[in-house]
Write a protein that binds this ligand. Structure first.
Ligand SMILES: [Zn+2]
Length: 447
């Protein structure tokens, strides 16, 4: 069993965020002690990991330094599918107090489990996230993440109660009611996906409600989908709500693996619970700090479903400078790209976030867009449907053509690719109540 190491930290139990400022040498000691423990536990209890270690001729005792983590075998998402539902669990089901699942795009979901101690860790990392974003007791928080099997809603919920905030567990959807609650309940802070919040900004406008004048919402923690700095600027200028990024994934714990502080300059990883590496996407060898690669995470204190060297598919880099906030936990650059979201068109790798950046750099567009891929005469075609604002709508055909050209040029500058631009009427691109759908790949249906 992994010991309750966070109790040992010179009695530092509250506020939980004190752990973010642990002296770095002590932090590395804690990481190494936990890495050894989690490697031994997983080797003993999880067949898949033990077989892979044995195949490499490795034993848990071969981990003597933190750098030794790079000897250990990787885990990937299909491992969770292949062992569905409980094959990676390291404790008996009687010790599992919570199950969550994430919907896969195909077939069975992946299932994750938590012991009572895992739930406590989860609560604490969310509390640290919320403190870092300036939330406190006295805040009235509208939690718009989906409740249920998805880790977002209940994950944030636990931490919000932990800091003593007043939680409104509203979940996503019913946008006009969301705005009514925000106004009538005196909401001061929110949590949710950034794309849904942008939809709410428009909903408020339609209802004649001005965020700055009529609402008290000052800050928001946004995540569960990659988003860009341009999107943050849009949210902050359109609503006056200071927007903080949170990072996590169900396979690791859910939200709360890392979070932005008041500096909004990269996400601090809660390194006492999660050991982060960044590896080259092709060679899978560690890259130097500051270089982009795939984020790989080892859970250091998870009991029910420890994961060793989990390949997240998220592309980022370690920040090389110290953060102005004084936290000692290392930061990663905010993730705007998942290698899963990448599409290849005419041999060029493109991420939806690049299209988003191009569109938001061109004035007059809202961050509502859809990328449609088709094939014509064997050649890939990219169409980008961009929704424009009501004020932009004009009978002047020339002006609309100019706007199309500006969008097309901006996309070409960033991706090097030609895209056919279709201007869509306000409100016609489907809104999502959770994660936004940005890509429609119809290349198998066309030719
Ligand atoms: Zn910081």
């Amino acid at each position: 069993m992994i010991p309750h190491l966070w109790n040992d930290l010179e009695g530092t139990f509250f506020p939980e965020s004190a752990l973010d400022y642990m002296p770095e040498s002590r932090l590395r000691e804690v990481q190494l002690q936990r890495l050894k423990a989690v490697t031994a536990l997983t080797y003993e209890k999880v067949k898949l990991f033990r077989e892979r270690m044995d195949a490499k001729g490795l034993k848990p005792a071969d981990v003597t330094t933190l750098a030794d983590v790079s000897k250990l075998p990787f885990m990937v998402k299909t491992d969770l599918r292949d062992t569905y539902p409980y094959g990676l669990f390291a404790v008996p089901m009687s010790d599992v107090v919570r199950l969550h699942a994430s919907s896969g795009t195909t077939g069975k979901p992946i299932v994750v489990g938590y012991t009572a101690q895992d739930m406590e860790v989860w609560k604490q990392v969310i509390m640290r996230t919320l403190y870092a974003a300036g939330y406190s007791r006295g805040d009235i928080v509208q939690n718009m993440y989906g409740y249920g099997l998805f880790t977002g809603g209940l994950g944030l919920h636990g931490g919000l109660e932990g800091i003593g905030a007043t939680v409104i567990p509203i979940s996503g959807g019913n946008s006009e009611r969301q705005i009514m609650v925000m106004k009538d309940f005196g909401v001061t802070a929110i949590c949710g996906t950034p794309s849904y919040f942008i939809h709410l900004i428009e909903t408020a406008q339609k209802m004649g409600i001005d965020f700055r004048r009529d609402l008290k919402v000052k800050r928001g923690v946004f995540g569960a989908e990659p988003w860009t700095d341009e999107m943050r600027k849009y949210i902050e200028s359109a609503s006056g709500v200071k927007a903080f990024d949170i990072y996590g994934l169900s396979e690791i714990i859910g939200p709360g693996v890392g979070a932005e502080c008041e500096c909004q300059d990269g996400l601090h990883i809660f390194e006492d619970h999660f050991l982060a590496e960044i590896v080259d996407t092709k060679t899978l060898e560690p890259v130097p700090d500051g270089t982009e690669g795939e984020l790989v995470i080892t859970t250091l204190s998870k009991q029910a479903m420890p994961v060793i060297r989990y390949r997240t598919r998220d592309i980022t880099a370690f920040e090389t400078s110290r953060c102005g906030c004084g936290r000692t936990c290392r930061r990663i650059r905010r993730i705007s790209r998942r290698s899963d979201d990448m599409f290849i068109i005419r041999g060029v790798n493109v991420f939806p976030s690049q299209i988003e950046t191009a569109l938001l750099k061109t004035e007059s567009s809202l961050p509502h867009y859809l990328i449609v891929l088709t094939r014509k005469g064997g050649l890939d075609q990219m169409e980008v449907r961009v929704e424009i604002t009501g004020e932009m709508l004009t009978d002047n055909v020339g002006a609309m053509e100019q706007l199309q050209k500006r969008f097309g040029k901006s996309i070409e500058q960033i991706t090097g690719l030609h895209a056919a631009i279709t201007l869509a009427q306000p409100g016609t691109i489907p809104r999502s109540e959770g994660k936004a759908k940005r890509l429609l790949d119809q290349r198998n249906l066309t030719n």
